[in-house]
Ligand binder design. Structure first.
Ligand code: ADP
Ligand code: GLC
Length: 480
């Protein structure tokens, strides 16, 4: 089966979060199931620089007003279609925001163009290759099924995966003419969303099947608290919604072979983590004592509960814990965490910015990873934590709920616990969880047992790739 995947991020070419990891790893995991995926992504400067021997496959003289070229290339085992449209993507700054952190004002056109290009490939415009199914991700490519519906495209099944319903691609109705859709697309069945244009909303209405990245999140987004305005649309499509938990690329994230860590190790050689711990201690300026080091590797946002963490830094220190925080995002949160680092020298260390190798080292050297998210569609850092023996301390929500087994009395007795879950997601709830972690850490036998149990957990793409492959097959055969 041939699948066109469309994503605004693909690891290792461009990444701001878990979407990139998933869009990079899933096609590789699907190969053994006979699924041949080609991934369409924007030709950001880093992407254009990284690809070797690109071949021109398709040219647009006027893709929503700009010239564009689709190149085909291979990168790290991923088959790519790169949409090179310098007017849209050749910019300094990130994929969505400029150097000052502000959204590009023409994001709607940049990602509508990506989606339109995807729908044209789906329609067979690219010589010699037409997919059997299209798989799109989040609002940035959610307009692919919209264009497929309203442009006369031969029937082709489409899947839209919701990685985070908080990001909806909502724009003023004044952009509608620029999308070049027929007038009736601006309707409840289409992309009209509370009087505005909603990219994700349109995709939710027009994709044949919907998935989200954990079973718990699939249920949560049916409620107003988590659905964020889209719960009604989701409810109307509940029969087509599937919750499939993410896996991780266990080739890249393997403590036994990881080239980014100071010392490789396995479940039988956990003592070797000490060398990685030492690098973390040096990097974050922490005291070298026996107390546990809890880490955070995260976007610094309200979603991730970073304000809750900032509020209890002093309590964690008083309990004897240390904190190593790697993150980028909200300036106020960054400021609050840096203030804590200044106040508690040697106990709290903060590194601002994006640092892929350091994110590996922290999982390999710290004792626990704290993830106090208010909502978490899946979350990947807890899965890396499991694999690296860095005990996840997580809010009981979304994918965190589905992937971590809380160290309650019964689970400890049965030796199946892999981390700590807490609820409600408040500063006090988080502090209670840290207290439990500190207590468990005193009993090194129990702690080590939990580390080993986590390392045994299946966090690979295996079963989930199988579920995607089965979903694809059912959709393709339905149309046949
Ligand atoms: P989200 O996509 O919501 O940010 P995930 O847990 O799904 O959350 O994915 C986050 C990904 O980004 C993980 O691979 C994590 O290691 C990585 N990451 C987050 N912040 C940083 C950072 N500051 N430096 C390096 N990697 C980071
Ligand atoms: C989003 C979600 C995160 C999920 C990731 C990959 O960024 O916030 O929970 O793990 O997508 O699906």
């Amino acid at each position: 089966m041939k699948v066109l995947s469309v994503s605004s991020e693909v690891f290792p070419l461009i990444k701001t979060g878990g979407l990139a990891d998933v869009a990079g790893a899933l096609p590789i995991a699907l190969k053994p199931h006979g699924v041949e995926t080609k991934t369409l992504l924007p030709g950001y400067p880093t992407v254009m620089k990284a690809i070797r021997n690109p071949v021109v496959r398709l040219e647009f003289a006027d893709l929503l007003g700009e010239k564009a070229t689709v190149f085909e290339a291979e990168h790290d085992g991923i088959s790519l279609f790169v949409l090179d449209a310098p007017a849209y993507y050749n910019r300094t700054g990130g994929p969505y925001v400029d150097a000052t952190g502000k959204d590009y004002p023409d994001n709607w056109r940049r990602f509508a163009a990506l989606s339109l290009a995807g729908s044209e490939i789906a329609a067979g415009l690219l010589p010699g290759w037409r997919p059997d199914l299209v798989h799109v991700h989040d609002w940035q490519s959610a307009m692919v099924p919209v264009y497929m519906r309203y442009y006369p495209t031969p029937e082709l099944p489409s899947v839209l995966t919701i990685h985070n319903i908080a990001f909806q691609g909502q724009f003023g109705a004044d952009i509608f003419p620029g999308l070049r859709l027929p007038a009736h697309a601006f309707s409840i069945e289409g992309i009209e969303y509370y009087g505005d244009v909603g990219f994700l909303k349109g995709g939710l209405q027009t994709a044949l099947a919907l998935t989200t990245v954990s079973p718990s999140y699939a249920e949560e987004i049916l409620t107003p608290e988590f659905g964020m305005g889209l719960e009604g649309v989701i409810a109307s499509r509940a029969n087509s919604l599937h919750g499939i938990v993410n896996g991780i690329d266990d080739g890249i994230w393997d403590p036994q072979t990881d080239p980014m860590i100071a010392q490789t190790y396995g479940a039988a050689t956990l003592k070797d983590r000490a060398a990685n711990r030492k690098v973390v201690i040096e990097h974050f300026g922490l005291d070298d004592d026996d107390g546990p080091i809890f880490c955070v590797v995260s976007r610094l946002t309200w979603q991730k509960g970073m304000d809750l963490l900032a509020r209890i830094c002093g309590d964690i220190v008083r309990l004897g814990g240390k904190l190593a925080i790697l993150g980028a995002g909200d300036a106020a949160l960054e400021g609050a965490l840096f203030a804590a680092a200044g106040r508690y020298r040697g106990r709290v260390g903060v590194s601002a910015g994006y640092n892929e190798p350091m994110s590996h080292l922290m999982q390999a050297g710290c004792d626990g990873i704290i993830i106090p998210s208010r909502f978490e569609p899946c979350g990947l850092t807890q899965l890396y934590g499991l694999r690296y023996g860095c005990l996840p301390i997580v809010a009981r929500t979304g994918g965190l709920n589905d992937t971590i087994i809380d160290a309650n009395h019964a689970a400890l007795q049965a030796k199946v616990a892999t981390g700590i879950q807490f609820s409600p997601v408040t500063a006090d709830g988080l502090l209670q969880a840290i207290r439990r972690a500190m207590h468990l850490f005193q009993d090194r036998k129990v702690w080590t047992q939990m580390q080993k149990q986590g390392m045994k957990s299946d966090v690979s793409w295996g079963k989930s790739a199988e579920r995607y492959a089965a979903l694809y097959s059912s959709l393709v055969s339905r149309g046949a």
